[in-house]
Design a protein around this ligand. Sequence first.
Ligand SMILES: [Zn+2]
Length: 314
Amino acid sequence: MDFIGQRAIVEDFQEKIKHNTIGHAYAITGPVGMGKKTLTHYLAKMLLCEGGEEKPCNQCRACKSYDEEGTPRLTIVRSETQRILIKQVRGLIEDIGIRPASGRKVYIIEDADRMTTESQNCLLKTLEEPPPYAVILLTTSFYESLLLTIRSRVVQVKMKPYTHDEMKRILEQHGNNILGKEHVLAWSQGIPGRALKLIDDDQFALNRQMVFQFLFQETEFAHLEINQYLARNKEAFLPCLDIMESVYRDALMVLCQHVDGLINSDKKDNIVAYAQRTDLSALAQKIDYIQEMRSNHKRNMNYQLAVDMMTLGV
Ligand SMILES: [Zn+2]
């Protein structure tokens, strides 16, 4: 199966493997849920493939053993607790000294930011001068938290947000049908892990329902219903603010004649009607007000008061 998306990265690796100019250490970075491990394992498979020009060929012995039982030429280091310990890094260093009979050896350090300072220091020398057959791939969502000395010895590979089309294909690959839930794509900002989480998230669906009912005045007492709902569900407060803001932003888009690309594309008709009842400056004020409510919440304002402000003051 072809890897979906991230063409620039995959093609760059293809080229470098072809011309034998691959570096010795890379850090694959991107937000949580981006699919860093999936991509990194794919790159590892490319690096280990012994087949023809298109890598991975999925035919050669290396590709087959990668898919089946794994290969001794691949070592994965991951945290068993919350930390990657020095003994795990020592294990890697010991193994990297053993020359393979043929081909490369690849080392993946998953969530590399979990390495303790000692582990990172222990890895430095190896990162600086790994044996020519070795490639070390780190994955991390928190690149900046790695020691500067580590960062200066690796090439950072930043993953880009996936397009809606790529996201759809990834969701399908995971057995999800996006039909009728297209808004999940806009909400996920090109991060597949978020989409996978949101698509079956009943709380998210309920939050949206309550906010829409309130803003679109679908029932006479919608403001009281959302008030009671939030009073009972404190954890829904910030997500509901986000949803309200998204509706205001969508309405702004409508007033600026951009009806494509709404975040809440499934509620387009309601949003168009809503936009017609308001104007640009009112919407800008509402967005400011949301910001103010967020900071009130952060400052631990009395919760019921915050809920009242949100549901009565808008
Ligand atoms: Zn192969």
